[in-house]
Design a protein around this ligand. Structure first.
Ligand SMILES: C[S@@+](CC[C@H](N)C(=O)[O-])C[C@H]1O[C@@H](n2cnc3c(N)ncnc32)[C@H](O)[C@@H]1O
Length: 274
């Protein structure tokens, strides 16, 4: 039998090597890589939305939406939508990026909601309910937002975020896919047409769902479509449609991908009638 002797000096240098390595990895993860990718939308999404999210999910055995909900419960005041928005933005800017519309594009969303003052709003893609809260808090009395989310885990988190904001009375969260639900909107919710549609679900669905909303008569003269992420990840077929159709008056609001400095923007398209 051979005994391995480790002298205290070797142990100390091994330990200090490990600490140094961990410190370098931490600095890379926390500052160097996020700073390097923040000007490139594709790299930012790859880093934040795939690598970091998977690593943190595995390490913490929680999901990103669950961590966002925790931040809301820790930092926001029950019944105060603005504090919920601030808590989520702070968490996503300083701790962990997430695919909410974010504070910068959120203020454009706010100004469109205030300008349209809609009675009926459809949101496609709820995620954790961040934009739902942004929209609902600005609605006039009697108005409501129907928001669609096909991921049941996200929908469960969004329900709690919306409840924490005290806006349940203004929000109808529907679980399911946009393509399945849009044809049932009139029958199920008694909606004649939407005043505002916020498109923020998977990008390849923007165009087919817009055409479906048209076919179902849910878009009328004056309806405003507001589409997020038209540059990053991008929705080229949708942009080509609304910008070239004589039935829409379309305008691009230049901004940045949420919580980064990479270009992204919102496209506002007003339906002019048939
Ligand atoms: C970018 S996130 C929405 C972010 C949210 N609007 C916000 O700003 O806080 C997109 C969400 O759309 C959902 N989604 C994608 N395609 C969908 C579809 N066809 N029907 C319903 N939900 C969908 C995804 O599960 C995801 O939660």
């Amino acid at each position: 039998m051979t005994a391995i002797f480790v002298c205290p000096r070797m142990l100390l240098s091994l330990l200090s090597g490990l600490i140094m390595g961990a410190a370098v990895l931490f600095v890379l993860y926390r500052w160097v890589i996020p700073t390097a990718v923040q000007y490139h939308g594709g790299l930012a999404l790859l880093w934040h939305d795939i690598i970091v999210e998977r690593a943190l999910d595995t390490l913490t055995r929680t999901s990103r939406p669950q961590r966002i909900l925790k931040a809301v419960q820790r930092k926001a005041t029950v019944g105060d939508p603005q504090s919920v928005i601030t808590a989520i933005d702070h968490f996503c800017r300083h701790r962990e990026w997430a695919m909410n519309v974010g504070d910068e594009k959120g203020s454009i969303l706010d100004s469109v909601v205030s300008e349209v003052s809609p009675v009926t709003v459809l949101e496609l893609g709820t995620y954790c309910g961040y934009s739902t809260v942004r929209i609902a808090r600005l609605l006039p009395p009697g108005a409501c937002v129907i928001t669609l989310e096909f991921n049941p885990d996200y929908a469960a988190i969004a329900r709690q975020v919306i409840k924490w904001s005290g806006l349940e009375d203004k929000v109808q969260l529907v679980e399911g896919a946009s393509g399945d639900w849009i044809p049932w909107m009139k029958e199920h919710f008694g909606v004649q047409a939407f005043d505002l549609v916020f498109l923020d679900h998977w990008k390849e669905r923007y165009l087919p769902d817009t055409k479906l909303l048209e076919e179902c008569g849910l878009i009328q003269k004056g309806t405003v479509l507001l589409a997020d992420n038209v540059i990053c990840p991008g929705t080229p077929d949708y942009l080509e449609y609304v910008r070239n159709s004589p039935r829409y008056n379309s305008h691009y609001y230049r901004s940045h991908l949420e919580y980064t400095k990479a270009e992204d923007g919102l496209e506002k398209s007003v339906f002019l009638g048939y």
